[in-house]
Ligand binder design. Structure first.
Ligand code: AMP
Ligand code: MN
Ligand code: MN
Ligand code: MN
Length: 276
């Protein structure tokens, strides 16, 4: 685990909407040349114990993480927690709360789909979700399986996306509450893929003031000019620039490979020094 390996701070497993088990992602991180790798499943830390065991076995350093969907006023954003304690009782409790809200939402989506003539069962959705976090990607796969649409994208475009007949909003977690939650579990908070979320510089400034310490400048879906824009924002607001591939697995995110972006060991050290 020298200073030469890749540092990729964003990936997903079957604990949320990824394709592989945490142990499989660890093996793939190793194969991709990662010295340091973070697993950041949506709304859950359930995969972190298995990820840590597997990472030790392949001599990769796991940074335990989570990705939280949150709201900054009307704007939905994603925040990454790194260095969180997976055994934190407050985090575990909150994760159970979010999972229960997601289950209620799923029931509502199933009802609305039926009203739109698409028949999928909760059991079918469960089969597509390996873990704790049930999300629209799992519903989309169940809709494809039902034969109503040909692709996951079509399922979002016609039914699940905002403004479509089976769209149901997620539980509304305020960004400030997400920050408090992660910090309470000993973690640092970073803005995930700011370009994908189309964050304005003023919003970056507000998040920095609210306790966010880093920003994911290097992400596969952000081109060089987008990266440069947020790199300048990071400099202006004293944020650490991080890198994350947002890997989900080739069947789910074919253009995002583990280790395709990497941050410096110095930036990682700086992020770690900003733990609460
Ligand atoms: P949820 O957390 O249940 O609202 O699901 C959000 C996830 O759905 C996002 O992280 C994306 O992975 C996926 N998603 C959102 N919109 C689309 C879309 N138009 N096509 C495919 N996947 C999407
Ligand atoms: Mn995802
Ligand atoms: Mn995200
Ligand atoms: Mn992600």
């Amino acid at each position: 685990m020298g200073g030469t390996g890749v540092i990729d701070l964003h990936s997903h497993s079957l604990a949320s909407d990824g394709q592989f088990t945490p142990a499989e992602v660890a093996a793939r991180a190793r194969a991709a040349g990662c010295a340091v790798w973070a697993l950041c499943d949506h709304d859950t830390v359930a995969g972190l114990e298995a990820a840590g065991d597997a990472a030790r076995g392949v001599n990769v350093r796991l940074v335990p993480g989570i990705e939280l969907s949150a709201f900054l006023e009307r704007h939905e954003i994603h925040l990454l927690g790194h260095f969180v304690d997976p055994r934190s009782p407050s985090l575990r409790d909150f994760e159970d709360f979010l999972a229960a809200r997601r289950r209620e939402r799923m029931k509502e989506i199933v009802v609305r789909l039926a009203a739109a003539g698409v028949h999928v069962t909760e059991a079918a959705i469960e089969r597509h979700s390996g873990g704790k976090t049930i999300g629209r990607p799992h519903v989309a796969r169940a809709i494809v399986e039902s034969g109503a649409v040909a692709t996951v994208k079509e399922a979002f475009d016609r039914f699940l996306g905002e403004g479509q007949p089976a769209y149901v909003q997620r539980y509304r977690l305020e960004a400030a509450d997400a920050v408090a939650l992660v910090r309470g579990a000993g973690g640092t908070v970073t803005i995930a893929h700011p370009g994908v979320s189309r964050l304005e510089i003023g919003e970056v400034a507000r998040l920095a003031a609210a306790g966010v310490v880093g920003i994911e400048v290097l992400h596969p879906d952000q081109n060089p000019s987008v990266r440069e824009k947020y790199r300048r924002a990071a400099e202006a607001h004293g944020l650490v620039c991080t890198a994350g591939s947002d890997f989900h697995g080739p069947d789910i995110s074919p253009d995002r490979h583990l280790g395709m972006v990497s941050m410096t060991p110095e930036a990682l050290g700086e992020l770690e020094r900003r733990r609460p």
